[in-house]
Structures are given as C-alpha cells and as structure tokens.
Design a protein around this ligand. Structure first.
Ligand code: ARG
Length: 456
C-alpha cells in the first residue's frame, strides 16, 4: 500500500479490508488536475509567507506542472493503492523532490483540497454541459424551422386535445433546454472556489498570501482568472456540498426533460400514433422478430432517469444531518456526481444528433387532423361570438359531438336543419370553415413567438 498522509499517532496498522473499503482513488483520480491547481496556489502562498523559499516553491511548481502535463496527455499512471488523489499526488511529488514535498502540506488539509477540486470539476463540467445543451437547442430549432406552420395534434392527458403548430411542439422542448442552459450558466457564475480553509479553522497564512498566489497563477490561465478567492467562512467551506446537490438537481431537471422528449418520440413513433419516423442509426432490431425497429436510445435515456435521480437523492441523503464540519461521509458525494455528469454528457451529445434525423409522417398527421373532436373548442368559441355563454356553448358542442359519435356521422355532414336544432347559429358553411387546422392555428393570437432566440 502507498504511503499515507497521516499515521504518526497510530500504534496499529490499518485493517486491510477497511483500508480497501475507505479508498477513493479509483474514482477521485478524476480530480487530479484540480488538485494540482490547489497545490500550485498553496506552494506560492507558502512562498509569499516565507515558509518556502522562492527556489523551493519554484521546484515544487515545476514538478507539479510536469505531473499536470502527464495527466492531461493521459500518461500519468495512478497508483491504485493510494488512499485518494491528494495522497497520490503528494507521494508522487515526494518521489521527485524528496523531503521538500513534505513541506507542501504545511497548513493545508485534504478537507480544503477536496472541496476546491470538486468545485472546479463542477465549473469545468458545467461548461461542457452548456455547450452540449446549446448544440441540442440549435438542432431543435433547425427541425422546428423546417416544419414551420405545419399543423400537429396537441394532447392533454394523452388524449387528443387541440390542433397546435409542429414548430411550437418542438420549440416546447427548445424552451425547456433553454431554461436548463440558463440554470447551468447561473450555477457556474455563482460557484465560488475558496482557498485557505485549512482542516476547518483557516490557517495562519494571510488572505493576501492566498489572494496573490491565486491571482498570479490564474492570470496565466486567462479564462480562469479570479475563480479562486480567500475563504470567507472556513467551517462552511469544508462542509459545503450544496454545489454538488445543486448541480445534481439541475442535471436531474435536464434528465427529466430528456426523458419526456424520449417518451414523446417513443409514443409518436408507435404504429398506434405513427406520426414520427425515428432515425435508424439510433434504433436497434430484434434478434427474433425480423420486422422490429426498436427505439432503444430513447428507452435508455428514459431509463437513466433512475440513476440520475438516484444520484441526487444519494447525496442529499448523505448530507442530511451531518454535523459541522467535514465528515468522511462526504467522500461519497463524488461517484454520484461523476455518474450524473457522464450520463448527461453522453445523452445530450447523442440527442443532438438524434433530433436532426427525425422525420414527420405528414399524411398520417393530416389524417389524424381530420378528427373533428380536435376542433370542438374552436366551435364552442364560435358560439361565444354569437353571444352564447361559454358554458352553454360547451354544452351544445358536447351534445353535437355525442350525437355525431352515436349516429356515426361526421359533424361536417350534418344538415343545416339538424345543426340548427343544436343552435340556430350553426350551419355547414361555418363548421367547414372552423373545423380546419388552418383556422385552428390562425385563431390563436396570444402567442409571442418573437422571443425565440438561440444562444450563440
Ligand atoms: N477522500 C476524501 C474525500 O473525498 C478526502 C478528504 C479526506 N479527509 C480526511 N480528513 N480524511 O472526502
């Protein structure tokens, strides 16, 4: 087993099974890059405070940069016997610079490191998610523009309700993902990464020592400058996992939107609805039934909701009732976080390609749009304009629909004389005008479509 960052006060060595049980290197290696950033800032802060000489801090930073290069190129070999990523990097540094490495841990703690690393991870991944959402939004817009002004069947309770525009239907999802985009952006902007909390109580290094160290290093990483600030409340800092719960909540909302879209696509591509043809590249066949084209991608997306919501609940539950400040329970925040980020990135990437391939079956949609029930509301509104109270109009049209269903006759084909029996203002000419997709769509004037804008 690799060397630990603690041990002096122990007489007995750690139980092997417990040691294995407590390790996090198998997943927290994903934080390696950010842990190096922490170490570099800390080395400079120690230099600013006179604990390391300029030459010592330079030596440490040079080796850390070397490790960073190897991590970024994928050449860094993580020692799976290390307790965690912080131990691993410290041990590696010790191999390179010997005893000098032992000075780096002066006045810092893994409690401070781990929250720094996880926040930076969230910032980085938030940007990836923002880009992926943007791509999906763009592709949804392409589809909606392609089918601008086409009529579609709108549902409530999964029952035919009223005629809607197909572009509005697609844009309903665009709006959901746009809100997600805004949610992730706000999360990114509001997430402060702090330094100097120590184990929980802060450290004797000054705010300025940390501030200068962070600014000096981060100014070189242009887009990242000013991300890191001296800690404002060290107790809160080392025990805060709100940002993980918040990010996971946002990811769960995105997942919910993806799942709803998937369900719509699954439903509308069934032989029963048959409005949509799914892109074949995202479907699979059956090993037994030769005719099958199964929507497996969409089903997997819908299915992953279990894991993504589970990850949120796992962290919320882990955090519930934890006393201040850091507790080892909090190590268990990382797997759920990494899992949801990975799932969402894959889903968004594939979904952006998927939507480009959706085809609508116009003939079948046109046939469905002949259903007269879809125009019942418009017919009732017509009567309102003939001075009939809406509740009465609702009742009259309800009876008309019932009559047409019982007698198996289309409302469009009922004679004027019979129609007048329902209400004197009803006649075939008006009914044929009202019961069309064009009329239904044109009569809706409340929608402000000008707000549609794509995030560039
Ligand atoms: N692996 C630990 C975690 O993820 C790092 C912090 C350990 N701190 C400690 N005092 N044991 O939370």
């Amino acid at each position: 087993m690799a060397k630990k960052l603690w041990g002096g006060r122990f007489k007995k060595s750690i139980d092997k099974d417990f040691e294995e049980f407590s390790k996090s290197i198998q997943y927290d290696y994903k934080l390696a890059k950010y842990d190096i950033y922490h170490s570099k800032i800390h080395a400079l802060a120690l230099k600013n405070s006179g604990i390391l000489t300029a030459a010592e801090s330079k030596k440490i930073i040079t080796v850390l940069d070397g490790i960073l290069g190897n991590i970024e190129s994928g050449d860094f070999k993580f020692n799976s016997t290390s307790e965690d990523i912080h131990t691993e990097i410290q041990n590696f540094l010790e191999k390179k610079v010997g005893k000098l490495a032992l000075k780096l841990h002066t006045l810092r703690s893994r409690n401070d490191q781990v929250v720094f690393d996880a926040k930076w991870f969230c910032k980085f991944e938030a940007v990836q998610i923002i880009c992926l959402l943007n791509e999906l939004e763009k592709n949804l817009q392409t589809i909606s523009r392609k089918h601008k002004d086409k009529a579609f069947i709108g549902y409530t309770h999964t029952q035919r309700a009223q005629v809607v525009r197909f572009d509005d239907y697609i844009n309903a999802y665009y709006f959901m993902f746009k809100r997600d985009f805004q949610r992730v952006s706000k999360f990114f902007d509001g997430l402060n990464v702090y330094i100097g909390a120590g184990a929980l109580a802060g450290s004797s290094l000054t705010k300025d020592a940390y501030d200068q160290a962070a600014s000096y290093l981060l100014d070189k990483m242009k887009e990242l400058s000013k991300i890191v600030k001296p800690v404002e409340n060290s107790l809160d800092n080392v025990s805060d996992r709100d940002f993980i719960v918040e990010f996971l909540s946002i990811l769960s909302i995105i997942q919910m939107h993806l799942s709803r879209f998937s369900e719509d696509m699954i439903l509308y591509s069934t032989q029963e609805f048959n409005y949509i043809d799914l892109p074949e590249e995202f479907c699979t066949g059956s090993s037994l039934m030769p005719h099958k084209k199964n929507p497996d991608f969409l089903e997997l997306v819908r299915g992953y909701t279990g894991q993504v919501n589970g990850n949120l609940i796992a962290v919320l539950t882990t955090m519930k009732g934890l006393p201040l400040t850091y507790n080892r329970d909090m190590q268990l925040d990382k797997e759920p976080l990494f899992s949801s980020v990975e799932i969402l990135k894959n889903e968004l990437k594939i979904m952006a390609k998927f939507v480009k391939g959706i085809k609508i079956k116009e003939e079948i949609i046109a046939k469905a749009l002949e259903d007269e029930c879809l125009y019942a509301t418009e017919l009732a509104e017509f009567l309102v304009h003939e001075n009939v109270a809406f509740k009465e109009a609702h009742d009259i049209v309800g009876k008309l629909i019932r009559y047409s269903q019982d007698k198996k006759v289309k409302i469009r084909e009922i004679s004027d004389k019979q129609l007048r029996g329902f209400h004197k203002a009803l006649n075939q000419k008006e009914i044929k005008k009202i019961m069309t997709p064009q009329y239904a769509i044109k009569s809706k004037k409340s929608i402000n479509r000008k707000v549609l804008k794509i995030n560039a």
